[in-house]
Design a protein around this ligand. Structure first.
Ligand code: SF4
Length: 162
């Protein structure tokens, strides 16, 4: 794949859900209406789509959301894409997450050949964190970061400057 400026397209970001378990003030209203399930690609369709892009030259793939780890059975997709790393037709599979589910999923992500993740974390102040995310639990995110480090994942923190 080549863009209109003759640059090779080798990096793909795939949003696997519009849902999130936070309600950051700069991102979502508190009472959101999300897309109906019938309008979303199934995990199998996402897998086919990712495989098609990999076959066309994508070497690095990032899963995003909303919050990707709140999508039901998301690890099926991660595992399936991870196989492309094992056979050498994908260099890297990464994820951008708010960290809320990492305590549960960090080891699984590593086992599926994810080696690097981005975590959105706007503040280290628990009260400020609550004010920004509305529904977020700061201690859970810190537990998630600990779990990710323990699992061996490299972490980059993203912060939105307000
Ligand atoms: S964690 Fe990310 S996707 Fe979720 S509400 Fe905040 S900015 Fe939006």
């Amino acid at each position: 794949m080549v863009d209109p400026f003759c640059r090779l397209v080798t990096y793909l970001r795939v949003s696997v859900t519009d849902r999130c378990d936070f309600r950051c003030t700069y991102c979502m209203a508190e009472n959101m209406s999300f897309l109906p399930k019938k309008d979303l690609l199934s995990l199998e369709e996402l897998d086919r789509l990712c495989s098609a892009f990999i076959a066309k030259g994508v070497r690095k793939l990032r899963l995003t959301g909303g919050e990707p780890l709140v999508r039901k059975n998301i690890m099926h997709l991660v595992r399936s894409i991870g196989r492309h790393i094992e056979i050498g037709d994908l260099d890297e599979l990464t994820l951008t997450t708010n960290g809320s589910q990492l305590a549960r999923f960090a080891q699984d992500l590593y086992d599926c050949d994810v080696r690097r993740i981005n975590i959105s974390l706007d503040t280290l102040g628990p009260q400020k964190f609550k004010d920004i995310t509305r529904w977020g639990d700061f201690s859970k995110v810190m537990e998630g970061i600990d779990a990710a480090q323990k699992a061996g994942l490299k972490i980059k923190l993203n912060a939105v400057a307000l």
